[in-house]
Design a protein around this ligand. Sequence first.
Ligand SMILES: Cc1cc2nc3c(=O)[nH]c(=O)nc-3n(C[C@H](O)[C@H](O)[C@H](O)COP(=O)(O)OP(=O)(O)OC[C@H]3O[C@@H](n4cnc5c(N)ncnc54)[C@H](O)[C@@H]3O)c2cc1C
Length: 456
Amino acid sequence: MHKRDFLKMLALVLLGSTTSACDSGRDQGGMPRSQRVLVIGAGMAGLAAARELRRAGQQVLVLEARDRIGGRTWTSSKWPDLPLDLGASWIQGVEGNPITDLANQLGAKRLVTSFERTVVYNTNGQVLSKAEEAQLDGIRKQMFNTLHEAQDANADTSVRQAVAVLEQKFAGNRAALRFLNFCLSSEIEHEYAGSASRLSAHWYDSGEQFDGDDVLFAQGYTVITEYLARDVDVQLSQVVKEIQWQEPEVRVRTTNNEFVADRVVVTLPLGVLQHNDVRFVPQLPVAKRNAINKLGMGVLNKCFLRFPQAFWPEDMDWLGYVPEQHGEWTEWVSFKRATQLPILLGFNAADRGREIEGWLDEQVVADALVTLKTIFGTNIPNPIDYQITRWDADPFARGSYSYNALNSTPAMRTDLARPLAGRLFFAGEATSKDYFGTAHGAYLSGLQAASDVLSP
Ligand SMILES: Cc1cc2nc3c(=O)[nH]c(=O)nc-3n(C[C@H](O)[C@H](O)[C@H](O)COP(=O)(O)OP(=O)(O)OC[C@H]3O[C@@H](n4cnc5c(N)ncnc54)[C@H](O)[C@@H]3O)c2cc1C
């Protein structure tokens, strides 16, 4: 079937309201006929699902709200000499990671960054002394030990509540409290994107990880999404508003069209589901609504600053800063060693990340410079340009990635992933019990949904 014919078949222009000619069901040999499958969302999960289904001979159309594919993987080409990832950047742990396989198939150039190349600066801007490093290590260990103990307790608490015993222990010792907050921010909030006061102590780290280096894509993560999207039909600027999933077929209404299909794979971000931006008719079952409401959608934002030249240690990949106030510019990545370009990336996560989304760009940059001047002196040059993300305000993401909030459990991710009535399938990073919050988790969830669609 030609692409145009297929699109014509799927699209029921609202006013025209013709019905689709293609019927589903099985042929006389009992084999499933080619099914019409709509995939909602052209991020990692949606593209992975669409590609698999298409390879299996299904008639697949992806509906994407934005005017681009990739979702929370998004490579900016504003600086032509360095494509920058505003969403996912790293293959986190290359060994056994399915994104490594895709990158190998493509021959995509990768750049390694290493946590071993980290330098940490204290609140006054000085590199930590040996004694301070030892103190920080000790506090980090106490924090993780305390969290381990909290995981053995019957009742769950938030990460912040769990470490309250340490806050009491260090009461009056401001340096120790700052170190504790630095660990909470850089090791936990930046990783999981949830606030320490909202993350579940029992489950915040329930996922699995791949071993090996963390690598960036020299040409940006877009090489992967473009590769997945090859040969897949995607309609951009189709904002889905309603999914009617009762018998006999599924109807998907967007702001300007209506589509029918035999099956629908929903890869909407958790934040979008939480905001009820898409109406399900009939409404989703209780277990799924419960999972949507109880899992958390976190925030991690990036602020890239481009300088005329590097004024920081060029052999380091990561710069840590122990701020006076919790969460303020605790982590930076230097692109100098990996790319030769004088670019710093500052992160803000969780409550702090959400808060500064409301600021003007100039305020964000000025605030970042206060920290950099504390560390490197007032004579550092001003940035020549910047790029800043606001994932929480993004209506098609409504946050950066999901986390296990207090009162949620990993089982809720299984509830979120569970297909309904053999017609409605779910994928996306939040549905991944093992690899939530990652691009590989999203990718694997898409493959799983495709396999579920194809199961008899
Ligand atoms: C700042 C940041 C840094 C990250 N860093 C890393 C990293 O280094 N490594 C890593 O592995 N992961 C990282 N992640 C996480 C990773 O990007 C995500 O887990 C993954 O991309 C999610 O893919 P997805 O397909 O589940 O969702 P999405 O990519 O969000 O795809 C869902 C799609 O649905 C579309 N959509 C939304 N609403 C509608 C609607 N109403 N109608 C139609 N379409 C709609 C969206 O536009 C989107 O394209 C990061 C994320 C962020 C934000």
